[in-house]
Ligand binder design. Sequence first.
Ligand code: ZN
Length: 365
Amino acid sequence: MKPTILDHLPPGLLDCAANELSTLLSGPTLIHLPGRKTRPLVVSVLQHGNETSGWDAVRRLLKGRYQRDPLPRSLIILIGNVEAAAKNLRYLPHQPDFNRCWPGSILPSTPWHELWAEVTKHVSQCHPFASIDVHNNTGRNPHYAAVNHIDPQMLHLACEFSKTVVYFTEPKGVLSDAFGQFCPSVTLECGLSADSSGADHAMAYLERVLHLDSLLSEFPAPECLELYQMFATLTIAPDMDFYFGDPRQEQTLDNVLYFPKDLDTHNFSEWPRGFCLAHYQANHQQPVVASSHSGEDVTKACFDIQEKTIATQKPLMPAMLTLDPFAVRNDCLCYLMERLNVNDLVGGTLHEAPQTPLPEVIDQP
Ligand SMILES: [Zn+2]
C-alpha cells in the first residue's frame, strides 16, 4: 500500500464534497502546492471519514482568492480516509482507526502502519513550518485545539485557534504526536460535523496560520491560554444501567444510575467539588470507574461514592460527554481533565527533567 503524492490539485477535486472524493482519489493522498514562503504548512483532513469540517475548510479556502493569487506559504494537504468518507463513517469495518496507526501506535502492526510511517518520513523531509490535523466531535463540545507536547510554539499554534487547549498523551498513534516530533503540531476539534461553524472557524484559522512568518518561542501569556490535561477516562460499571433525566420516586430502580438529562452541555464546564454527577439506589461498590491514562484506578480520588449519590471529590472538567448510550457503553461516558497552571509552565516547573541521576553518574568510580 502506497500513498498517492501529487504536485497539483486534480481537476474538479475542490468541487467534491467529502463523500465524493473517492470518485477522484483511490486512497490516502498528499497534495503539494507551492506558496511564497517555502517551508510548507501541513493540513490533514478526513483521518476520520465522517469528520468533514477540515476538507470543507480546505476546499473553500482554495476556491477563494487563491484560485488566482499565490498562496502565502506552501501547503501540503493530506487527505485521509476517502473510502470511509464515501460512506460517512469514521472508518470501514475492514480498516483500523487511521488516527491510531501513526508512529508511536501500540496497536498490532498493519499495512496502514507502514503507509503512515512512510508518509511521516516523507513529510519530515519537507521540513514543515507546522502541522494541523482537523477533526470533529460526536457530542456537543466547544471548538478547541489539542497538543501532545508542552511546547511554546505548539501552544501558540493552538491558541491561534482557541483559548481552550487540551494536552493529551492518550490515545497513542495519533498524527499530531507523530508530526510533533519534527514540527509544531496540533489537532483541531471543530464541534459537530453537521454544524458549518466548524468549517468556518477552521478556514479562518488556516488562512491566519498561512500568513504567519514564525511562531513565538516563549510560552503564551496566562490570560491567552486555558490549558487542560486529560488524565482519566470515566466509564460505567458493566452491570449498572443508566438513564439521563431525574428519576420519578416510584420509578427509582436498583442498579440504575440517573445522570442529569443535559449532561452533554457540561463539556468544558468545571464541576466544583461536591457536584452531584448521578443518583442511584443500590449500594454498588463501584458504579462508575475512572481509569487514569497510566492505568490506575483513580475513582476514589475523583468521586465520593455514597449510598445514593456520586459527587465530585475535587474540581474536574469533563470533555466528550455524550448522551448516546451506544457510545457510553462501548467507549466511555467522558474524559476527565485538570487545569494546568500556565505560570508553572512559564516558570519551567513542568519542564524540568526528572530529579534522578543518570546511570553514568552512578557508575563513575
Ligand atoms: Zn477524529
